[in-house]
Ligand binder design. Structure first.
Ligand code: PLP
Length: 401
């Protein structure tokens, strides 16, 4: 008899009702194009408000050319971990260009930020340490703390007073880490990282900030959260993804040189995983060149589009999160309402991202909309017409809990 692999059904969190609605492909939508002004979804053109292509660089011909040139020079893959043959000369070039951009001393490149965050704490923390984390921190950070076996406590979301209370109360640990994201992407809020950083310095704790949704979006030059708050000589750990505004694909851990040198040999998630492909590293370098020239114009457009979409959704009767980042987030309530709204938008040719439990607390479902700088003014205007058209449906939905 064929063996049937057991599935832990008790972990299922999506209700039957929601599953029924999922037949329209809320998740894993099949895309047949690049991230141009429109997406090709199931052979139909759609407006893309779902991806994190903030600056609109994901199909930039100059970055594509950099990828192709790197493939010609280095091939497709080094087929080796960075420590054992995968470390092309581009890694040092990326370190030299990207570290000053984000405001860190030096950095390491991981295959993804999920992997970077996931392996960070097992490399730098011990079971005698304490980790305090924002209760809404990304899964990759929280999952990464687990294997250390140390004490960990969540603090109130974006709440420095709650953090200070814990820093005062929880004494006697060998070392304390304080973990947060810079931009919480389901709602678009920006962490009060200046305050969090100050508290870390006051209490001798090490800050860890995940700037995945801040890099390329915050700061005078797009450098991210440290640029945004003008933090110099950063005495903490910084992680980020290159797969969002930076329009490439890999993760970064940055910090003081002695920590990074240590992690080069003691971070298993780096040491035992195939090095990032050379074309990706070439793409990051080209992206940085482009941002040096075009950041101001691109980011101005991103915020202009955010404002237009927010105003339109608000006047259509939707309740919006008030985050300062270039993200719009409709507070859609229950999972069913969240999926339903996203589905209506999909039916009208607008692709968005619905977040339901466990990505957000139960009854705090969100529909996220991010408009990239490459979308045309007409496309944004069309999306706004769709929101206005759907506004009648809003009145008929159950109220948010
Ligand atoms: C806050 C945050 N951290 C980390 C990640 C993971 O980044 P990557 O896609 O590079 O693995 C994401 C992506 O969803 C994210 O939103």
């Amino acid at each position: 008899m064929k063996h049937s692999i057991p599935i832990p059904l008790e972990r299922t969190t999506i209700t039957e009702e929601v599953l029924e609605l999922l037949d329209y492909e809320t998740y894993y939508i099949s895309i047949g194009s690049d991230l141009g002004d429109h997406l090709l979804v199931n052979r139909r053109n759609a407006i893309n408000l779902a991806t994190n292509n903030y600056l609109g660089l994901a199909n930039d011909p100059r970055i594509k050319a950099a990828y192709i040139a790197a493939i010609e020079k280095y091939g497709i893959s080094m087929c080796a971990t960075p420590i054992a043959g995968g470390y092309t000369d581009q890694f040092e070039a990326v370190d030299a260009a990207l570290s000053p951009f984000i405001g860190a001393e030096c950095l390491l490149i991981y295959p993804s930020c999920y992997q970077a965050n996931n392996g960070l704490f097992s490399a730098i923390a011990t079971k005698d340490d304490l980790v305090l984390f924002d209760r809404c921190a990304h899964s990759s950070l929280i999952q990464g703390i687990q294997p250390v076996g140390c004490r960990k406590y969540p603090f109130g979301h974006n709440d420095p007073d709650a953090l200070e209370y814990l820093l005062q109360k929880k004494q006697g640990y060998k070392h304390v880490f304080v973990v947060t994201e810079s931009v919480f992407s389901t709602e678009g809020s920006i962490a009060p990282f200046d305050e969090i950083y100050r508290l870390c310095m006051k209490y001798g704790a090490t800050p860890v900030v995940d700037d995945s949704h801040g890099i390329g979006v915050l700061g005078a030059h797009g450098g991210g959260i440290l640029d945004h708050f003008g933090i110099q000589d950063y005495a903490g750990i910084y992680t980020t993804s290159m797969g969002k505004a930076m329009a490439n694909n890999c993760g970064v851990v940055a910090g003081p040189r002695h920590v990074i040198e240590y992690m080069k040999y003691y971070s298993s998630h780096l040491v035992y995983s195939t090095a990032v492909s050379p074309c990706v590293l070439a793409g990051i370098l080209r992206t940085l060149d482009i941002l040096a020239e075009e950041y101001d114009e691109r980011i101005a457009r991103v915020y202009r589009y955010r404002d237009a979409i927010r105003a339109s959704l608000q006047s259509a009767g939707y309740i919006m999160a008030s985050g300062a980042a270039p993200i719009n987030s409709v507070e859609a309530g229950t999972s069913i309402n969240t999926i339903r709204l996203s589905r209506s938008l999909y039916d009208h040719g607008v692709i968005t991202t619905p977040f339901v439990y466990p990505s957000v607390p139960k009854t705090q479902g969100r529909v996220r909309l991010i408009a990239g700088a490459n979308l045309s003014e007409d496309t944004i205007a069309h999306a706004c017409e769709v929101f206005a058209m759907l506004s009648e449906d809003v009145q008929t939905e159950e109220p948010c809990a």
